[in-house]
Unconditional design. Structure first.
Length: 292
């Protein structure tokens, strides 16, 4: 296996055909089906169990990728790698089994089924959302944003407990990155919205609307070296990387708003009362959830 293929497998799709993490047609030896008892356990898993399983999935994934890169290095050096092959297969098997358990967990819930209908959202991300977000606590989309570290008004001061969930924040970055990758697909919704938002942010940046934000960044003293970022701030503009991150955050906040909306309607058998939080910087009109 080449390094390129190992990197591609980071996605929730088979690197050979794109149908799933590892599909029966491409790798039948890796598709030992989970039995009925395990399927029942997966469907009745608690949120805490699901959180642990999502963490274990990403640990197994990192182990597989690391092992794959080690195999590539030993192949390049024309050295034996039989033990590394075994290690790679073990990580891959564990990752695939956890993936199938999380697939059952998410697909057994109505909100999980909606999330799975969104292009770019796979079983692992769906399970992570279900496991980390408690809609009995999050009464509005803004509640989810704060818990996910997406509220810019919330700061983390020294010697204080982190005011957001770091695992959910990482998951949200994965979601936004996934939307960015699928934005050219005809099946996509949020990636297109992200692309439009980025153009909006670029226009505002070029018009000098973020000059105060740039000035504040410079005054923090964090940009002492002459970098492209510092140069942009000195010109009263935000660096390209900041513009991209603003668009990514906006897109995932829109998705989380829809996630909350759909979850509310499933739970209460009615749409949320209006007005609910709609405005997400630049968009005041209601944007209905796709596939709902």
């Amino acid at each position: 296996m080449t390094v390129a293929k190992v990197e591609i497998e980071l996605q929730d799709e088979c690197f050979l055909c794109g149908s799933g993490l590892i599909c029966p047609g491409c790798a039948p030896e890796s598709m030992t089906a989970i039995d009925d008892d395990l399927r029942k356990l997966a469907r009745s898993a608690t949120a805490k169990e699901a959180r642990f399983l999502v963490d274990n999935y990403y640990m197994a994934q990192k182990g597989r990728i690391r092992a794959g890169n080690q195999i590539a290095e030993t192949k390049k050096a024309e050295e034996p790698h039989n033990l590394l092959d075994v290690n790679f297969k073990n990580f891959k098997f564990a990752e695939n089994q956890i993936y199938k358990v999380l697939d059952e967990y998410g697909s057994s819930q109505a909100l999980g089924q909606w999330a799975r209908s969104i292009h770019g959202i796979g079983p692992v991300i769906t399970a992570g959302l279900l496991a980390h977000i408690d809609l009995n606590i999050a009464k509005t989309p803004a509640g989810i944003w704060r818990f996910a570290g997406l509220d810019p008004t919330v700061t983390w001061d020294k010697n204080e407990k982190r005011p957001w969930n770091s695992q959910l924040k990482t998951l949200c970055f994965k979601i936004a990155s996934s939307f960015e990758k699928v934005q050219n697909s005809d099946k996509d919704f949020y990636g297109h919205m992200l692309a439009d938002r980025k153009l909006y942010e670029i226009a505002n940046n070029d018009a000098g609307k973020y000059a105060e934000t740039a000035k504040k960044a410079l005054s923090s003293g964090s940009y002492k070296k002459e970098t492209s970022a510092k140069k942009a701030y000195e010109q009263g503009r935000l660096p390209d990387g900041q513009i991209r991150m603003r668009a990514l955050r906006w897109a995932v906040k829109l998705f989380l708003s829809h996630y909350w909306y759909v979850g509310y309607e499933i739970k209460n058998n009615t749409a949320p009362p209006k007005p609910w939080v709609i405005a997400i910087g630049g968009h005041q009109a209601f944007i209905p959830p796709p596939n709902w």
